[in-house]
Structures are given as C-alpha cells and as structure tokens.
Design a protein around this ligand. Structure first.
Ligand code: ADP
Length: 310
C-alpha cells in the first residue's frame, strides 16, 4: 500500500501491485491507468511550460537587442545636436560634418524601424501574401536591375544563370522581390570591388531552388548556424558601417517560410557565399491555411531548425 501513498503524494510513476481479477485487482488496474494518464499530462504540461519559458526568454532578448540598436544612433544624434547648439553651429569647420553625422544616424534609425515593422508584419502574418504563378527569371532580372547602379559603383559584375527547365513558381511577387533584394544587397555589401554576383534558379522536385552567389568575404563556419537570427552579425562594426540593421536575413527566412520554402547558405571565407531558398513550383506545395499559422509560430522562434548550413 506504500505505492498508494506515493500516488496520493503526486508521484504518478508509482504503480499499485495488481492482484488477480478480484474487484480489488480491477480497482488497482484502473488506478494504475489513471496514474499513467496523469503522468503523461504532467509531462506534457512540463514541456509546454519550458517552451513558454523559452519563448519568453527570446522575447526579452529581442527587446534588449532592439533597445541597444536604437540607443547608439539616438545618443549620437543627441550628442551632436547639443554640440551644435552649444556653439559649433557657427563653426564652419565642424557644423556641416556634425550635421552629416546626425543625418547618417537618422537614416540608420529609419532603416531599423522600417525593418522592424517588416519583420513584425511578416512574423505575425499581418502581411497578406497573394500567391500567384510568376516567372522566377523575371523576378530575378527585376531585382538585378534595381541594384545594377550600386553594383556598377563598386565595379561588381552581375550575372544570371537560369536553368532552362525551371518552371514558374507560386509566390507573392513583392515578397520574393524583397527576399532577392535583401540577398543581393548583402552580396554587394560584402563583396569587394572587382568581384562578381550570380543569381539564378533551377528545378528541385515540387520546388524551385533560387540562389544568390557572390565572390565576397565569405562567412566563418562557426557563424553559419546563427546567421538567420535577428540581429546576428559576423562583424557588428562592419555591418553598421555598411548601413546594415542585422535584420535582413531574418526577414528573408520568414518570407521564405511563409511560402513553405527553406533557406540555407554555403560559404567559405575569402572565397564567397551562396544563399539558397526554395519556392513552390505548384500550388499544392504552398502552405495550407493552418500550415501557415503553425509555420509562423515555428519559424518565429526557430534558429537553426529549418536552416541547413554547411
Ligand atoms: P546586415 O544588415 O548586418 O547585413 P543581415 O541579416 O542581412 O544583416 O545579415 C546578417 C549578417 O550575415 C551580416 O551582418 C553579415 O555578417 C553576414 N552576411 C550576410 N550576407 C553575407 C554575404 N553575402 N557575405 C558575407 N557575409 C554576409
């Protein structure tokens, strides 16, 4: 009977000895079944609890990160405004330079808030995506055209490499343009003058795989698993200097996830990086309504989960 005491005390792993088919034996079996059910429920609740704790930690980290990111440019704007008001405004040697710094930081704040709003819209599924058949070659060309002037300035060659068998993709045209422009912007930012960038696509089963390959700086292997996390940067100072917010790749990950696709990256330091993402080649491969909601929750918080990095 000691086990009965344990059950009553909350140890649902304890079991009563079952003695034959007597009424007492049947009662013991029922109690044991109930204990097993309770044990499963307790384990489930424990799992949910630790998941909630994990989500709360992620939320807190995010708030801390955002505050840090906003604080630096704000402090700079405040500092230089004070200096100008304290007399530097009349000093032709400094006034234009300080105003330039203020403008630079204001632009950084604008980019940051813009990216934060985009990310929260995508994460919370408030951005209604309209899935339609599109030519991926056309979308790649359009995005390439947008960055051509910036690439030309850095003497970076742009090329496309489209497999002739690539079918149309089912996607939201604007979302895919945003994905491509984030990847192309990065490729340009992290590729030195004289380098080259190739974007293209090829069929991959029920999906089409799209890639953006650069001959740039590359990414150390140890950074690859965390690359798609919000605010993760290999070189913080360099990213800031280049006008980065650290949110571009997490926006990419979420937009690709909303299409039921996956993202991955291959990279070698000094040789370059290739970012890949998949898009459905048929309507049936798009997320179902419920699947969208579920994947929204999962991708929100996943880090390496759906990101294969090599
Ligand atoms: P950022 O605004 O800093 O570019 P992203 O989320 O777009 O933020 O990228 C995160 C980090 O990944 C960058 O800071 C950079 O360190 C690295 N990265 C992204 N794309 C490339 C690339 N094509 N080549 C080298 N490093 C890259």
């Amino acid at each position: 009977m000691a086990h009965a005491g344990e059950l009553a005390g909350g140890n649902f792993r304890a079991r009563l000895a079952v003695t034959g088919g007597s009424e007492f034996g049947q009662l013991s079996r029922h109690i044991n079944d109930t204990a097993a059910n309770l044990q499963r429920t307790v384990e489930q609740l424990q799992l949910e609890h630790s998941e909630l704790e994990r989500l709360e930690r992620i939320r807190k980290d995010f708030v801390i990160n955002v505050s840090h990111e906003l604080r630096t440019p704000l402090a700079s704007i405040q500092g230089y405004t004070e200096t100008l008001l304290d007399g530097a405004l009349a000093d032709p040697q400094y006034n234009m330079r300080f105003l330039g710094i203020i403008r630079h930081n204001a632009e950084r704040l604008a980019r940051l808030t813009e990216d934060l709003l985009t990310l929260s819209r995508v994460e919370q599924k408030r951005q209604k995506l309209e899935f339609e058949p599109h030519s991926i070659g056309g979308l790649i060309e359009e995005s390439m055209d947008l960055v051509r002037p910036i690439a030309a300035k850095s003497s970076i060659r742009l090329e496309t490499e489209l497999d002739a068998a690539t079918p149309e993709v089912w996607c939201d045209g604007e979302a895919v343009s945003q994905i491509l422009s984030n990847l192309l912007d990065n490729a340009i930012k992290y590729t030195p003058a004289g380098g080259s960038i190739v974007a293209g696509a090829y069929p991959a089963g029920r999906f089409v795989e799209v890639f953006v390959r650069d001959s740039g700086a590359g990414i150390p292997a140890e950074d690859l698993p965390r690359l798609f996390e919000r605010f993760y940067r290999v070189d913080k100072a360099r990213s800031r200097e280049l006008g980065g917010t650290g949110l571009g790749l997490s926006i990419v990950k979420h937009l690709v996830g909303a299409h039921n696709g996956t993202v991955r990256v291959e990279s070698r330091v000094q040789e370059g990086s290739t970012f890949f993402f998949t898009l459905p080649a048929e309507e049936a491969a798009l997320p179902k309504e419920t699947a969208v909601a579920v994947s929204a929750i999962c991708t929100n918080n996943a880090t390496i989960g759906e990101v294969r990095a090599s």
